[in-house]
Design a protein around this ligand. Structure first.
Ligand SMILES: O=c1ccn([C@@H]2O[C@H](COP(=O)(O)OP(=O)(O)O)[C@@H](O)[C@H]2O)c(=O)[nH]1
Length: 456
């Protein structure tokens, strides 16, 4: 499961590490006292390691060839680690990244990632925060098994929560974060200041863009091309891409940040409440319920289906419409209400770059048989639509895979077409991992920890 070819040039200034990536202060505002002199603060790409013939857009899943030559000497390099927790609305995940730096003038390399996920997410423990803390404690044990003991004190451990905690009342979210802080405090790792926080949606979108463009080789290639990202979580969804023409882009919706000696200005938007699970509840009308409706129904569900559904620690009774109609058209009409007026179409998305789609885009494409789960693959927006129609119009056939498959596939189709304005023939590259590393904001956030990206 290892991948070991990502090369960086280290920067040999050290400073105190602030994990507060929500407060990305300009470099000058950082404290000057060196208190953590072990891990290189700044990573740059290795220009000499780039393969000029490499055209990442043509083989997006393949690492630039020249990165691979670092394989042999790796075992003798200086090793360092970074641990990033993703506290998502539907699960908590740990990413343990191992970097190797052969010698001070050589380039640190991302050697591999160890990834593990548990369900449910922290927000399910909103009334029992101690239990929530325990899930993090269990995952930290994995870090202790993976990171050699002599590295524990230098290895930063950071947790960032996303939509699940954003959607909770502040006191409930804070109680969970405080529990995690206690768990971290008793751990043998390096716990930076502000290591436990709720990340804002903007940073979530940008850091996922950084991860995917790094893993696909676009950040340090000579080509100016990059790929866009589409992330569909349980509670929120993000779209991030580099607009073709900066001049047409109003500054207020584009963000700048520095990475590998470049300044990027990307369009990013996070829609809270438009993640897949939140959208299910919105489609069912459960979110604006006043307590009088005992069962929430939808024509997106099999007629005879009835079940309790839990999201964010709340349980709802849901069912199909027993003597009504079910099917794609009615379902599309229902999910349209959730999209309309919430998601706006970013200009320029039409004909823009290739988009990588992951998280629930990937999971549902696999479940519905659009792509192979181990290989991922390219689909067009119209493929989601076609498969959504098939699933919705033969619900009994797909019932065993998931009773929500019709609703989810229709929502994804509607989000892509009506929400973001993608054309039927827009190509999406579906991937769970690129070069064996999870496509998630977590790697970007780890870079951000080691080298402040100065997002503004
Ligand atoms: O490293 C990761 C992190 C997340 N996911 C997937 O991404 C979705 C994440 O949704 P999440 O619960 O984080 O939702 P959010 O809180 O972002 O709305 C789920 O399908 C996860 O399986 C993944 O495949 N790899």
């Amino acid at each position: 499961t290892y991948y070991r070819h990502h090369r960086f040039v280290p920067h040999y200034r050290y400073r105190e590490h602030s994990a507060n990536t929500e407060n990305l202060l300009p470099e000058a505002a950082q404290p000057a006292t060196p208190t953590y002199p072990v891990i290189p603060e700044v990573f740059h790409p290795a220009p000499e390691s780039l393969h000029p013939a490499q055209e990442p857009d043509q083989s997006p899943e393949v690492a630039p060839a020249a990165m691979v030559h670092a394989l042999a000497p790796l075992s003798r390099g200086k090793v360092f680690y970074g641990v990033m927790f993703d506290a998502g609305s539907t699960g908590t995940r740990i990413h343990i990244y191992k970097f190797i730096q052969k010698d001070p003038v050589e380039l640190p390399v991302l050697d591999n990632e160890l990834y593990h996920a548990v369900k449910p997410g922290l927000s399910a423990y909103k009334d029992t925060p101690e239990e929530g803390g325990n899930t993090v404690r269990q995952l930290l044990k994995l870090a202790q098994k993976t990171v050699p003991e002599e590295e524990w004190k230098q290895t930063p451990v950071v947790l960032k929560a996303t939509a699940g905690l954003r959607l909770l009342p502040e006191d409930k979210a804070n109680a969970l974060l405080d529990e995690v802080r206690e768990v971290f405090a008793e751990s043998p790792f390096f716990i930076p200041k502000n290591s436990v926080s709720i990340m804002n949606g903007t940073n979530e979108g940008i850091l996922a863009w950084v991860t995917v463009n790094f893993l696909t080789g676009h950040l340090y290639s000579n080509t100016k091309r990059t790929v866009g990202i589409l992330d569909l979580g349980g509670g929120s969804t993000q779209i991030t891409f580099l607009p073709k023409s900066q001049s047409l882009t109003p500054n207020n919706i584009c963000l700048r940040f520095n990475m590998f000696n470049h300044t990027y200005q990307v369009y990013t938007h996070s829609y809270l409440g438009n993640g897949l699970y939140a959208a299910r509840l919105a489609t069912l009308g459960a979110l604006r319920a006043d307590g009088k409706i005992p069962v929430f129904t939808s024509s997106c569900l099999p007629k005879k289906f009835q079940e309790d559904v839990t999201f964010g620690g709340i349980t709802y009774k849901v069912s199909g419409i027993p003597d009504g109609y079910a099917g794609y058209k009615l379902c599309y009409h229902e999910v349209m209400k959730v999209i309309k007026g919430i998601v706006h179409q970013p200009f320029e998305v039409k004909g823009s770059s290739v988009f990588y789609a992951f998280s629930y885009y990937f999971d549902r494409a696999v479940e519905s048989g659009l792509i192979d789960g181990s290989r991922g693959g390219m689909v067009e927006v119209r493929d989601f639509k076609k498969r959504a129609k098939e699933v919705c119009n033969q619900m009994t056939k797909f019932r065993a895979i998931s009773p929500f498959l019709c609703m989810d596939m229709t929502y994804i189709t509607c989000l892509l077409k009506e929400g973001f304005g993608f054309k039927d023939n827009t190509v999406l590259q579906l991937a769970k991992k690129v070069n064996n590393v999870e496509t998630s904001w977590a790697l970007g956030a780890t870079f951000d920890h080691f080298r402040n990206l100065n997002i503004h």
